[in-house]
Design a protein around this ligand. Structure first.
Ligand code: FDP
Length: 341
């Protein structure tokens, strides 16, 4: 098709235009988001081949050519670490895959930002061709000295300067915020660019869908059980019963929630005494998603208050998570405050 060379607004142009509204901006965020977009394009290319795992690999075993093949989540981790670590923008990195913080490689510039990321979230879904994603959260460097420290990563979500995710779904889409709304870009594989497809995403004030691993019901608190029971009652006026949707891939479930409204939850449960605060991680799962929810007019809570106000104490800290439409999040908080004293 002859489109006269028009490809729409690219991610780069979008960030550049936004930057012009802030004369004090240095342009560094433009560079950062471009690097994230680049790494996610490489990961997207490999995710699209995951169905050929038996032929091409990604099984962690040996492929038909007799070569040892890497698992896709490890591959994604390496791609992001390589790209971001050498970009000159970051002073320290944390990823879901590594227990410790990751310094910038010797010989490369240490930058003004810290990044926490989950390079391939929902990885139990890779083998069954279900959407997975990348999540990232960016903070300004606050520590003294040239190199970054843990202090730069352990900052509350309120201090975040940018956050986003990439969903590797039927299309690859990057959704991000630098603090002035939430914007979505869909990758056009024919030009290899993310094009603006969803400017200024807003979450409906109230939804009619709930998203939770309901198999954990027996392990929840009375407040959470009470809220889920309430959503399943019949009441035409408040749109109940709600519909249930749960993919089990946080990025995909949150993406649907952002676009359509409703609530996504991973509460605390008593299933595993080693994980008393639920499963999801504060720094690179809950906090960035909470930033996007608030920027889109929704809310994200730990059940007792905003996720963005939680002060992190550990790199891989877990936190209960309730996020989506404002009214729905307020309602679950009301149940928790009433029944979980
Ligand atoms: P996964 O274990 O497949 O990597 O935090 C990881 C995560 O997926 C999220 O993406 C997802 O929302 C959640 O765990 C699913 O957990 P359950 O299987 O316990 O529902």
């Amino acid at each position: 098709m002859d489109d006269g060379g028009k490809v729409g607004i690219t991610l780069t142009r979008h960030i550049y235009e936004k930057q012009k509204e802030h004369p004090e901006a240095t342009g560094e965020l433009t560079g950062i988001l471009n690097q994230i977009a680049l790494a996610s394009k490489i990961v997207s290319r490999e995710v699209n081949k995951a169905g050929l795992a038996e032929i091409l690999g990604f099984t962690g075993s040996v492929n038909v050519q007799g070569e040892e093949v890497q698992k896709l989540d490890e591959y994604a981790n390496e791609v992001f670490l390589y790209t971001l670590g050498r970009s000159g923008h970051f002073c320290i990195i944390a990823t879901e895959e590594d227990d410790e913080t990751i310094p910038i490689p010797e010989g490369y510039r240490s930058g003004h930002y810290a990044i926490s990321l989950d390079p391939l979230d929902g990885s139990s879904n890779i083998d069954v061709n279900v959407s997975i994603g990348t999540i990232f959260a960016i903070h300004r460097k606050i520590s003294a000295g040239e190199k970054g420290t843990l202090e730069d990563l352990l900052q509350s979500g309120r201090k975040m300067v940018a956050a986003g995710y990439v969903v590797y779904g039927s299309s690859t889409m990057l959704v991000m915020s630098t603090g002035s709304g939430v914007h979505g870009f869909t990758m056009d594989p024919s030009v290899g660019e993310f094009l603006e497809s969803h400017p200024d995403i807003r979450i409906p004030e109230k939804g009619n869908t709930y998203s939770i691993n309901e198999g954990n019901y027996p392990y929840w608190s009375l407040g959470v059980k009470g809220y889920i029971d309430f959503l399943k009652e019949m009441d035409k006026e408040t749109g109940r019963p709600y519909s249930a949707r749960y993919i089990g891939s946080m990025v995909a479930d949150m993406h649907r929630t952002l676009m359509r409204g409703g609530i996504f939850m991973y509460p605390a449960d008593s299933k595993d005494p080693k994980k008393p605060h639920g499963k999801l991680r504060l720094l690179y799962e809950c906090s960035p998603m909470a930033f996007l929810c608030e920027q889109a007019g929704g809310a994200a809570s730990a059940g007792t208050g905003p996720i963005l106000d939680v002060e992190p104490t550990e790199l891989h800290q877990r936190v209960p998570f309730f996020a989506g439409s404002l009214d729905d999040v307020k309602m679950v908080e009301a149940f928790i405050s009433k029944l979980d004293k």
